[in-house]
Design a protein around this ligand. Sequence first.
Ligand SMILES: Nc1nc2c(c(=O)[nH]1)N[C@H]1C(S)=C(S)[C@@H](COP(=O)(O)O)O[C@H]1N2
Ligand SMILES: [Mo]
Length: 231
Amino acid sequence: MNSREKLITAVAVVVIAIVLVVVYVNPALHYNLLSNETKQLAATEVRSYQGKDLSSVNDFRENSIAGPQHINGSDYRLTVTGLTPATRVSTYRDILDNHQHYSKVVTLHCVEGWDVTILWEGILVRDLIKEAGVDPKANTVIFHAHDGYTTSFPLSYVMDNDIIMAYAMNNVTLPAERGYPFELVAEDKWGYKWIKWIEEIELSNNPNYKGYWEQRGYSNSGNLNGSFFGL
Ligand SMILES: Nc1nc2c(c(=O)[nH]1)N[C@H]1C(S)=C(S)[C@@H](COP(=O)(O)O)O[C@H]1N2
Ligand SMILES: [Mo]
């Protein structure tokens, strides 16, 4: 090679190296670049699954208490706090790379009268809680979100059911409006229990804790088969 060819080769190597580093270290680019468990060929929303029609990511009404939250995937930390032997801090990559992924079609019903049926993909909340460990005094789990929103459940709800924290819907990574990085798929509960932008999972011994809408009169159990007012 002459010196001009050497220079071109050197520049090409540097450019390729930079691209690889950026793709590898940036979790926001798309989890499936980093995961060997779920292979996706295109980030295109699926609209039917096993014969069922799905709603679209755009069929939700956006009426969050403080508008969409924009969380940077590389700065994101999830903590498990409260009645646990060790406060546990995880990054987005830790959560996606080191846990089993699950998918499930579940319908979200908002008290306003609309609903959306979505193919959710996420990891089990139970797995994160088990990893941190649970003090025997804990009987309640309180989720805290980036916008200050909170909601709570009996601990048994997340430990005895397959409750996932979703990072994708209809095969696409959750957009900011839908709760990126994680929205709780609170099956059998009203939409206000489906907390978006989850940052903290707190183990508590207060079964009477009331979250944002619960303090404003909505049922604390949030059970779909009951009324959303009262208990
Ligand atoms: N952090 C946070 N999560 C939230 C809310 C909110 O305001 N903040 N709204 C809840 C309500 S009332 C519903 S119906 C669902 C779906 O709301 P979306 O259509 O705005 O996504 O998100 C729930 N999760
Ligand atoms: Mo809602």
